[in-house]
Design a protein around this ligand. Sequence first.
Ligand SMILES: Cc1cc2nc3c(=O)[nH]c(=O)nc-3n(C[C@H](O)[C@H](O)[C@H](O)COP(=O)(O)OP(=O)(O)OC[C@H]3O[C@@H](n4cnc5c(N)ncnc54)[C@H](O)[C@@H]3O)c2cc1C
Length: 570
Amino acid sequence: MSLEIKKYDVVIVGAGLAGLAAARELQVAGKNVAVITKLHPLRSHSGAAQGGINAALSEEDSIELHEFDTVKGSDYLADQDAVNLMCSKAPETIRWAEHMGAAFSRTEQGTIAQRPFGGQSKPRACYAKDRTGLTLLQTIYEQMHRENVKVYDEWYCMDLLYEDGKVNGVVAYDIKSTQTAIFNAKAVMFATGGYGRAFSVNSNAHANTGDALSIVARHGLPLEDMEFVQFHPTGLAGSGVLISEAARGEGGRLYNSEGERFMERYAKEKMELAPRDVVSRAITTEIREGRGVGPNKDAVAIDLTHLGEEIIMERLPELRDLAITFLGQDMIKEPIHIAATAHYSMGGIPCNIDGQVQKSPTELVEGFYAAGECSCVSVHGANRLGANSVLEALFFGRHVGKAIARDVDGLGFKDATEQNAQKALAQLETLLTNNGSERVPELRNELQESMTFDAGVFRTRETLLRQKEKIAELKRRYKDIRIDDKSKVYNTDLQEAIELGHLIDFSSFIVEGALAREESRGAHYREDFPTRNDEKFLQHTFGYMKEDGSIELEYADVVLGKFEVKERTY
Ligand SMILES: Cc1cc2nc3c(=O)[nH]c(=O)nc-3n(C[C@H](O)[C@H](O)[C@H](O)COP(=O)(O)OP(=O)(O)OC[C@H]3O[C@@H](n4cnc5c(N)ncnc54)[C@H](O)[C@@H]3O)c2cc1C
């Protein structure tokens, strides 16, 4: 079969909130757009967002306070220009979503209801019950569809066309048939979401395998701040399935096996509503010191019974269902068991405030953009606050879509040839024909378990060095894998093998960044360097993968601003 070359003005990879919001703006601007997504758009992980989306809407709140909470929450690593832009546009973003048709939950007076979230000074998270992401995703999908953007769903993006500092498209294959095509474009936007699947206990969809990060890194382009992985305090014990922060926001209380409300020891003032990094470490410490609950003593309890049936059924119905399904525990009647779960990736593809991808701290790639969780703009710094990331995806998705609409006519167009797909085709061929002795699920389990154990909530030089070795070993063994399904129709074995390669590659950035960062900041906690070191590390990490697979690091300045760098206490 000959290889098809499709031509568009703009190709967007990813159909979560960031990708769809950008597509919508580009359609409105009259551009010719393709959206490529390995899932049906409505199955994107954005649809799993439960708790809410932040905006300073109420009279008692202000944009400046939202900015301050975000910068403090980030442990001062966020770029304050990007934070200012996002927070000041948050109210408008909510209004836009509402005018598109999103039905937010209401107060009795009829205004948009807002709930408190960790690390926020005011109740600021707008929500649609505990199905906020789904409501937004469905709304934008419907509107975008009406405008007729071409969506290639169940197409898997494998490679980027990148030459002489300019991106000219992507290579992708149709999952139904493994038929490969080149999508030739003036501009490409990556909006491929997060990468929590590098860890064994995580809250992420199976699809969150960080493909775009490894695709970018393999071209020698940098990844930023990868050592900052957020562990959410309330994953269901055992599975890691998320119980939204709304549970703490609505008044959930945490208890250990001795019946102590232990947050008193870790964050006296904010208690359960301290930010995620603080609460996750508190929970993990309680468990490590033997005060866990449950048959394996590997969890703590969150008690919501005092809220009563009415409030739980009105505001947290989905969470109740999840706990019943996965644990057999009904939060109306009893406390449920939770533990920290890998949840969100602060790091990603470095880009400027308009989403233009960076080649280095000072240079840009032409025709290449990123937004949403796969990007690092950076509004979350070392730790993201709850309900700021749906906001990031929606706001920056739109903003970057508009930036592309503005730039695209001035960008060059380089005709692609079949040659551009050779690397991807060779990779498919190798994976389909290799007859080695290693199996994908085994390698993946080993990676996920060792990442959780040695590069998780707590880290030391020793554990990170061990994990560096482990990744080198997994890279060697990956070359010797064999998949059983050799067919070309819906070959999920093949896709999982490609994804495993991605998981291994970007995990090495997490480990190298964490090893070099000899301090504790936000979600990155080094037991051997338990304090923050602003003199040396108030800096963004830029990692580059070399031909031999090793990672080289350099550091870039943080964009500071009106908020003075201070100690972070709650
Ligand atoms: C359980 C859960 C609950 C959450 N709750 C909240 C919340 O209440 N508030 C909040 O602010 N944040 C929340 N978050 C985080 C937030 O939902 C995400 O950060 C955000 O929605 C990410 O949006 P996105 O558009 O960047 O990516 P996603 O929605 O993850 O979309 C990624 C897209 O990329 C596509 N893709 C990926 N790789 C490829 C490839 N190789 N080829 C083709 N397509 C590809 C996928 O098909 C998908 O369409 C939650 C996250 C989780 C996991």
